[in-house]
Design a protein around this ligand. Structure first.
Ligand code: 4GO
Length: 253
């Protein structure tokens, strides 16, 4: 997959991508990430990339000419069928599902704005889709762009290595993750759940699914309501609800 990022701070992107799973995916050639700086297309003596908002008010807006020139230059390096995405708090919510759809593309362009945002006409002329990583305002689109790159790159075949598959990720099943433990067996008086030491792989699988379903039910009931649970997950949820009903019965409620 080929990725391009339009940003006034290219080293924020390149620096963050040197590490971990994504760094290795780039080393292995599974994904390439290039950057384009709109300032290179600012042709005045001061290399101006921002200007005052029409209608007044505080803050500045990214000027259309250098930004669109950068988008077009970066787009020219991407394969046909690539998607041009702008990161903004007004975008459609980013999710594991969206990440999976992006991972199937030959390429994508991510536009990271600064200041109060970009001139709306650039969105009209040069952007296919707006994404938001959550309901909060950031000072730039770089961290959201990096978030999208990380979530997508780790889904590319080979990124996690043979031993690990993103299909086993809890979110791939619409659930939160189960709790994890490593050595020592007793830490500050707290024990590892015995089933994890039992070697009973079917039992371990059931325990993990139960914990994942329980956590999701308690912390994110919205995910349960929206999910089409796998049969085993639905069974684990039914058992949890039955146990909860029985406990309430015993308390006399
Ligand atoms: C994206 C960009 C928040 C998000 C942003 C988000 N803030 N929630 N700020 O995904 C243009 C100027 C947008 C700063 C950028």
């Amino acid at each position: 997959m080929k990725i391009e990022v339009v940003t006034l701070f290219p080293r924020m992107i390149s620096g963050a991508l040197e590490y971990g799973v994504v760094g290795r995916a780039i080393e292995r050639g599974l994904v390439t990430v290039g950057t384009e700086d709109p300032r290179a297309y600012a042709l005045d003596a001061h290399r101006t990339v921002d200007d005052r908002p029409y209608g007044g008010g505080p803050g500045m807006v990214m000027k259309p000419e250098p930004l669109l020139a950068a988008i077009r230059a970066a787009t020219a390096r991407l394969p046909a069928g690539s998607l041009r995405i702008c990161l903004s708090a007004q975008g459609e919510p980013f999710s594991e599902r969206v990440a999976r759809s992006l991972a199937a593309l030959p390429g994508m362009l991510l536009v990271a704005g600064r200041y109060e945002g970009i001139d709306e006409r650039v969105t009209e002329l040069g952007i296919d889709r707006e994404l938001s990583i959550g309901d909060y305002v950031l000072s730039g689109g770089e961290l959201p762009a990096l978030t999208v790159i990380d979530a997508v790159a780790r889904l590319l075949p080979g990124a996690l290595g043979d031993e690990r598959s993103s299909e086993e990720d809890s979110f791939a099943q619409g659930l939160l993750d189960w709790p994890h433990y490593t050595r020592p067996e007793v830490f500050e008086g707290l024990c590892v759940p015995p089933v994890l030491l039992s070697g009973d792989h079917a039992g371990i699988g059931r325990w993990r699914l139960q914990r994942a379903v329980e956590r999701t039910w308690r912390r994110r009931p919205d995910l349960i309501a929206g999910a089409r649970l796998a049969p085993e997950a639905q069974r684990a949820l039914n058992e949890l609800l039955a146990a909860q009903a029985a406990a309430e019965e015993n308390r006399g409620t």
